[in-house]
Design a protein around this ligand. Structure first.
Ligand SMILES: [Mg+2]
Length: 286
């Protein structure tokens, strides 16, 4: 892979790619959309998969913790369902009107002369609806989503034949609280954050050199894997410090205050004049 073939100005920069999570990163958690996603996932588990209603909330959290997404965990413990059906139930019914256009973020992104890529565990319809509601649909070179990392033919959704003692819902919940080295967790066929395989695929697909890439996410465990894989990391939505986090931003709007060097080379060349208005909050460099 040749990362230095574009031009000298770009290859001499500290960063040549910005990799963004989507949900709760490019818009705030306070929008309420994530709560609606959780509600829909629980409903799917109860209504479509027939899980006992009272056990759903706990299992939902345990699977999310163990497998990156609840969906990946459901596949691991033996539920075989159509991915598109899951996504249209969980995301297709969301009240996207909770999201508003964000011209401040749009100006910030468009004024950055660096490749920008989305990396989300969500499906492509969700990604494009969110980006269009935020008015950011033309701000990214590439969107890497569920379908990119999990290409399937409808008729060949892999069946999980992994046999494990951890099939019972109560066992899975116990395991997530007290991991037991004697028990083998069943594998999931789903590729997603925060696992290394997902990052490796993203680097290949989008021709990303992790050492020259800044990765923005609201999930600290995603950032910690990213850091291990060589990425520079920005925790969005908090000012807390944590291992594996290089920078922390209360809001993605603080990117210019926390990382002015992203604009510096361009400002020196005076080819782009930044005209966006930035909402000032306190960025913390962790
Ligand atoms: Mg997120």
């Amino acid at each position: 892979m040749d990362y230095n073939n574009e031009n000298n100005q770009i290859s001499n920069r500290k960063y040549d790619c910005l990799l963004f999570d989507l949900d709760d990163t490019l818009y705030p958690l306070s929008s309420g959309l994530s709560l609606e996603v959780t509600k829909n996932i629980r409903e799917y588990m109860f209504q479509k998969l027939g899980l006992e209603e009272s056990k759903v909330p706990e299992l939902c959290i345990s699977l999310y913790k163990l497998y990156g997404t609840t969906m990946a965990g459901l596949r691991a413990i033996g539920y075989n369902f159509d991915y598109d059906d899951f996504h249209s139930f969980v995301h297709g019914r969301l009240p996207y009107n909770m999201l508003r256009p964000d011209p401040v973020l749009r100006n910030l992104l468009l004024s950055l002369p660096i490749k920008k890529v989305i990396f989300t565990n969500a499906d492509k319809n969700h990604a494009s609806r969110v980006l269009s509601k935020l008015g950011l649909e033309d701000c990214f070179e590439r969107i890497i989503c569920f379908e990119t990392l999990n290409p399937t033919d409808k008729d060949t959704v892999p069946v999980n034949e992994n046999v494990s003692e951890l099939r019972e819902i109560s066992d899975i919940s116990d395991y997530s609280l007290r991991p037991n080295a004697d028990l083998e967790l069943p594998n999931t066929p789903v590729v997603c954050k925060p696992f290394e395989q997902a990052f490796e695929q993203v680097f290949k697909i989008a021709n990303i050199n992790p050492q020259k890439t800044l990765f923005f996410d609201d999930s600290v465990r995603n950032l910690q894997t990213g850091k291990k894989m060589g990425l520079h990391t920005v925790w969005v939505g908090t000012s807390h410090r944590a291992d594996g986090v290089d920078y922390a931003l209360e809001s993605i709007h603080n990117i210019r205050e926390a990382l002015p060097e992203l604009w510096e080379a361009e400002e020196r060349s005076e080819s782009v004049v930044y005209s966006g208005k930035v909402a000032i909050e306190t960025p913390v460099k962790a």
